[in-house]
Design a binder for this molecule. Sequence first.
Ligand code: ME8
Length: 517
Amino acid sequence: LYCTCSTSKPYVITTPLYYVNAPPHMGSAYSTIAADSIARFQRLMGKKVIFITGTDEHGEKIATAAAACGSSPNDHCDAISQSYRSLWKDLDISYDKFIRTTDPKHEAIVEEFYSKVLANGDIYRADYEGLYCVSCEEYKDEKELLEKNCCPMHLKPRVSRKEDNYFFALSKYQKRLEEILEQNPDFVQPVYRLNEVQNWMKSGLRDFSISRASQTIYVWFDALLGYISALSQDQEQLSLQTAISSGWPASLHLIGKDILRFHAVYWPAMLMSAGLSVPKTVFGHGFLTKDGMKMGKSLGNTLKPNELVQRFGPDAVRYFFLREVEFGNDGDYSEERFINIVNAHLANTIGNLLNRTLGLLKKNCQSTLVADSSVAAEGNDFKDTVEKLVEKSKLQYESLLLSSACESVLEIGTAGNLYIDGRAPWSLFKQGGASFDSAAKDLVLILEAMRIIAVALSPVTPKLCLGIYRQLGYTEEQFNAATWSDTKWGGLKAGQVMAPPNPIFARIEVVAEEEGG
Ligand code: ME8
């Protein structure tokens, strides 16, 4: 059942399907930004990528949220779902499919799947009594309780429920799940999340309720299937089979650690029951915190991503969270740190290096390269440094070490700054003769390094990288057609004309607050 993916199979990557109980916050944006950078990297690697995101529109808290703002559930869902789409646009999210779980096509897939699981004898009816957390949409064990019946995640009391339910026979899959985890150490990542799942499984899997006898299908059972129905969305024939032939199983489910067990345990068991392959990898990232508290819709302490984007632009937001948070771990947001990092890395290390190099090129070489970058690099170890760093970043992207990948690419910029400062081409130009010629070659080296940065950092900061490419005399089409093979040294050629200097990334200026203001 475990997929050994062939090269022709698309790389299918998913974000969680977000609840529409409230507009997106920085936590929702974080998962999606990370997924987008991975999708973009895989496209650079030549993969056909299917990047799935969307909204989860069932469940009690959504109905409650709609009622609270006086809208009908449909209008409420339409409006919030749309706010996700528009944030994704503002953040340059290159998704391929946006699935809404209220889509009738999705509902048809859920029915087909349900009947397969039913036919397999994995659904039975029984009474159930327990404590339910509406925010998690999950029954909780006594041992998971804080005092006063509170859910530790949402700090809200759980409600006692007794219902006639349909259950999914999860316990039947204990052994097979253990085998998957053992045989595929990459199935749950990072490794400390795999340990969490294994520990959780040790206490024995309990069957879970998938529907109240009187009601619709349990939100989680329904929502997870969104990943599959997204794949058959545009197919003429709507069925599990078309979804599968369109790319199932997923290569990577990217989720927050809060919903790890649904993805790493419930979901593979459901898939096995229906006779489908399990995903290749489930990656559980950490939480963004603000003042040390998980940022979340239920807690109301959110950072508004659209405000951040408006103030600082998409690249700064994408870069900060991917570079600053070690992918997998929690990370804290502070405005001061945000501004410092973005200024130091994007405005100084990259932007300023490009700008001063283009300034020198304009002044001394009419903005034209004097040599092929491969020729200019002869007998110079700067090229080796760049090649090593870019190779390192590739391996890091492949291993989902996104922060390290950013770091390696930035090191190319740091090496460029060191090189230019050491060589001081501005004085060599003044000396004339052979010194002038070697200074002109130095500029070619730096600009070639900038070209490589533009390709290698494009999964993280696409707009900024397009800006670099343009200044190096390329078109947007050429940028869009770039692949990872373009990180190879030797792209810039003699005679190529660069744009005049024009800062590609404006430093964020901190406006000192007025006394008392
Ligand atoms: O759970 N830091 O939807 P959801 C980082 N509908 N990421 C965070 C975060 C934070 N503070 N808060 C939330 C659901 N997230 C279900 C999913 S999937 C078939 C159904 C991210 O709107 C994180 O990825 O509550 C988390 O898993 C996701 O938002 C949950 O979004």
